[in-house]
Design a protein around this ligand. Sequence first.
Ligand SMILES: [Mg+2]
Length: 258
Amino acid sequence: MSSQKIFLFDFDGVIVDGMHEYWHSSLLACEKYLNSPYISFDQELYKRVPNTFKEIRPWVKYGWEMILIVHEIIKTKNPLTNNNKDDFINNYHQNCKNILNYNSWIAEDLQKILDESRKYQIDKDFKSWVNLHYPFFEVINFMNELKKREIKTGIITTKGKIFAEKILKQLNIFPEFIFGYESGTKIKIAEKLTRTYEVLGFIEDRKRTLINIKKNSETSHIKCFLADWGYLKKSDRYNLSNGIKLLRLENLKETVAI
Ligand SMILES: [Mg+2]
């Protein structure tokens, strides 16, 4: 094993709380690029993030799913609401597929318009866009602490790399690596990194991703931490399988012997 040490982080829900940005950017994508006949717009929608959206967010794996969810919430007929959200959640993946099919959408196209929406805001008013993200300063401090100890940091996100990079730069964080959705699955990225580095740990708020890391023979030795402060489903905190620890912000430093 290499003597080069690295610590891995997910981005959304681990380094920043981007809930306002997800809502804002997805809504803007629906308004500017989606051309759906089933929705109508009111600028009031931008003012606050509906609970329905917040509660479904823990099920989201890729950004494009958020566009689909926003579309369902702002539909003029039979919208997705707090009253019927459980039905949506209980069959989340199938429901996403059905909505794609019904509207003849392709996931990649939805991802493209989400990226477009972000680019548009960055070009127009970068500061306002960045300010939609709330950093978890305990994590930022921890990353700085790692740097002092010459432990490298890597970010593995399902966001586009360029967007994570812009926010991190604003927070004065310059990790050795940032991998976005363009780089493939988190498991494959972690697998590759273990060939060159001693991976000290991985903090992520999506339990399924950590379970898959633990199941894969090449990455199963990585210490996995489920971020208690992230977008967790209620059930995530219970029955954690072997090797995955629930981590609280105040216990970050206990993840490595520093
Ligand atoms: Mg996350």
